[in-house]
Design a protein around this ligand. Structure first.
Ligand code: GLU
Length: 435
């Protein structure tokens, strides 16, 4: 097979410099992780070189009639990083800071994530540069429908299956499903996951990422010999991942002492009343002014005393500016890319044990996979079944990564990359190259 041809270094990805810009660029960060792991495990140059490029990048302009009668054009992306192991899979993000490099990195991390937990998928991601907090429901619906129509030339149940991500939810997925189905002329639930149950969504999908975060932490506790019932946890981010993770930890007897959202953080060393905070949040945009806990600024939140820190917000929140101040002994990454490579090195030196995103938050895409399988078969499973299968997959992947990182004497991010890259490398070389 021709795949043994040594690949020339890519002219596109230049040698990386240690600059602020480098730390702030998720794609540069992701490629550095890939290069480091690829080199350590002697991944075939052909496979490594291919993973340094996204297979397909689609940029779309999304004109939307706003409520005031004007037309605003948003920029959106859908990127398919790799499809060697199956259709591309990954969420859609609505955020003012969405950029091409961010979506590229997120699509690459999806490729890695699906390979680490061995789902028959490649990786993709989508994003629209917008501020959904400043848009009406009608504007969001029109934007979603037009964006879906624009990317419908590359998505589909056998090609690329979107899902929720930052600032998108089941309702947005329903609009995606409906718009796509309208254009092809029949209902196609399998085109998107994270949908409402009534139109082919899966039980357990909403909590799945948080549940996966809990499962990996429980395995970590068993291996590292600490007791989750005697531990404290701080959760940064109170979106789908953070709020569900916090609730599931609390249900299992771990004391949640800190939570934060975009406005700021709350801290109570005796444990926060999550139920009360959830109630409060129903009528307030942020938890910041919740009266029954100590307020903490966004910057200081990460430094709170706790055993386990769960970053479940955005990329780069743990960086070289604050990594040294972290008091937690364990970090479990609920978000994608929350820790920069610079911070990783600092944490490693401090002896902090970190479970990386591509393993820790894989519960979401795992139940997305279950949803897609159920849609394709039009046969739906019980929540008990779903959670049991999720646990099997997450515990299995954790065990594989943990054992490999011990054997190779590397941290768990490197261990997870090695597990994923081994599968991706094999798929690439077995398929060979066309033409
Ligand atoms: N957006 C989630 C993630 O980053 C879920 C993706 C999916 O379910 O396809 O993993």
């Amino acid at each position: 097979m021709d795949t043994k041809i040594p690949a020339k270094p890519s002219p596109v990805v230049k040698p990386l410099e240690r600059t602020e810009a480098h730390e702030a660029n998720p794609w540069a960060q992701a490629m550095e992780q890939l290069d480091r792991a690829g080199k350590a495990m002697k991944l075939e140059p052909f496979a490594l070189e291919r993973l340094r490029h996204c297979k397909r990048i689609l940029t779309v302009s999304v004109p939307v009639k706003m409520d005031d009668g004007t037309v605003k054009v948003f920029e959106g992306y859908r990127i398919q990083h790799n499809m060697d192991r199956g259709p591309a899979k990954g969420g859609i993000r609505y955020h003012p800071s969405v950029s091409l490099d961010e979506v590229k990195a997120l699509s690459f991390w999806m490729t890695m994530k699906c390979a680490v937990v061995n789902l028959p998928y490649g990786g993709a991601k989508g994003g629209v540069i917008c501020d959904p907090k400043k848009m009406s429901r009608g504007e969001l619906e029109r934007m979603t429908r037009r964006y879906t129509a624009e990317i419908s030339i590359i998505i589909g149940p056998d090609k690329d299956i979107p899902a929720p991500d930052v600032n998108t939810n089941a309702e947005v997925m329903a609009w995606v499903m409906d718009t796509y189905s309208m254009t092809i002329g029949y209902s196609c639930p399998g085109v998107v996951t994270g949908k409402p149950i009534e139109i082919g969504g899966s039980l357990g999908r909403n909590e799945a990422t948080g549940r996966g975060v809990f499962y990996v932490t429980r395995e970590l506790a068993a291996r590292e010999g600490f007791d989750l019932r005697k531990s404290t946890v701080c959760v940064q981010g109170f979106g789908n991942v953070g709020s569900n993770a916090a609730n599931i930890f609390a249900e299992h007897g771990t004391k949640v002492v800190g939570i934060s959202d975009v406005g700021g953080g709350l801290y109570d060393p005796k444990g926060l009343d999550l139920h009360d905070i959830m109630e409060y949040r129903k009528t307030h945009d942020t938890i910041m002014d919740y009266p029954k806990a100590e307020k903490v600024s966004i910057d200081k939140f990460i430094e709170l005393p706790c055993d386990i820190l769960i970053p479940a917000a955005m990329e780069g929140t743990i960086n070289k500016g604050n990594a040294d101040k972290i008091k937690a002994k364990y970090i479990v990454e609920g978000a994608n890319g929350p820790t920069t490579n610079e911070a990783d090195a600092i944490l490693h030196k401090k002896g902090v044990v970190l479970v990386p995103d591509i393993l820790a938050n894989a519960g979401g895409v795992t139940v997305s996979y279950f949803e897609w399988v159920q849609d394709m078969q039009a046969y739906f499973w019980s929540e008990k079944d779903i959670n049991a299968r999720l646990q099997d997959i997450i515990v299995g992947a954790f065990t594989e990564v943990y054992d490999l990182s011990k054997k190779e004497k590397v941290d768990m991010r490197m261990g997870a990359f090695m597990v994923g890259l081994r599968r991706l490398g094999k798929a690439a070389s077995i398929r060979g190259m066309y033409p």
